[in-house]
Ligand binder design. Structure first.
Ligand SMILES: [Zn+2]
Length: 274
């Protein structure tokens, strides 16, 4: 009897904890956000330092000017990083087309991306998408889910004693065990769609043509080589992604038109050396 009471109390506490950590994302999805923004920013900074140790920074002034021009226009049309402060842009000298954004406001662009994102609008689409993951706190949600799963596992052990008991199995099912959530695994489909929607908004508000986002993903799909693109392993480009982008295009085109009417016409050009 006493044991049962303890179980109920633990379950209630766990549910309360989950409820308290539930937050609404910018497009109205509910997700777990356990971690305060300064802690997320610290994790972002640590990851960023590590990348900087492993990958050389590009010193090419023309490429840096171009990437900064696009990134500054897009970030000016997006919310600041949750921790406050500015978005920081680094161009990495790496042939593998890739881009990322981290909590704390770190944006990284590989020089190799410029062979896939063939103009400023397409580069803006990538940057918009990546910072969309940060403003929607997808990293926080992913870590929180992992945290909840681990906390849940301990709870299962406390509750059930043996993992084979009926209670244990029920809880395992409730927690959706088997889902491995790790830092290098791709974001979920829902998170990818959300980053696409936010990215379209940010680029359009900055005065970049949102139609170019579709061409960008088509380029991604067509870029072949001995190895599949690393970017594609975490950002699957397929027909369903393009269909969703097309659905969201009318709203983005309205924003684009408004921005252009208000004089948002970023002039970012890559001056190639002769
Ligand atoms: Zn993504």
């Amino acid at each position: 009897m006493r044991n049962q009471l303890n179980k109920n109390l633990l379950l209630s506490l766990f549910s309360l904890l989950l409820l308290a950590a539930c937050a609404t994302s910018p497009t109205g999805r509910t997700q777990l956000e356990f971690f305060p923004s300064n802690q997320m920013a610290q994790m972002g900074e640590t990851a960023y330092r590590q990348i900087k140790q492993e990958t050389p920074v590009s010193q090419d002034p023309a490429i840096n000017r171009y990437v900064r021009c696009v990134a500054e226009a897009v970030t000016a049309a997006a919310p600041p990083p949750q921790s406050g402060g500015q978005w920081k842009v680094t161009v990495f000298k790496a042939d593998q087309p890739n881009a990322f954004a981290l909590p704390g406001g770190y944006i990284g662009i590989h020089t190799g991306l410029l062979s896939v994102a063939e103009n400023a609008d397409q580069l803006a689409a990538v940057i918009g998408h990546e910072i969309g993951h940060v403003t929607a706190q997808h990293g926080n949600a992913r870590l929180s889910t992992q945290y909840a799963t681990q906390a849940g596992l301990q709870l299962v052990q406390t509750l059930a004693g043996t993992p084979n008991s009926a209670t244990g199995q029920q809880l395992m099912a409730l927690l959706g065990l088997g889902t491995q959530v790790g830092i290098i695994l791709p974001f979920s489909r829902a998170q990818e769609s959300e980053a696409d929607i936010l990215g379209l908004r940010y680029m359009a508000r900055a005065g970049f043509d949102p139609r170019q986002s579709i061409q960008l993903w088509k380029n991604m799909m067509q870029t072949g080589g001995p190895q599949p693109l690393e970017f594609l392993s975490t950002h699957p480009a397929d027909q369903s992604r393009i269909r969703h982008l097309e659905q969201d295009l009318p709203e983005a085109l309205d924003l684009y038109q408004q921005a252009r009417d208000q004089g948002q016409r970023p002039e970012c050009k890559l001056e190639t050396r002769q």
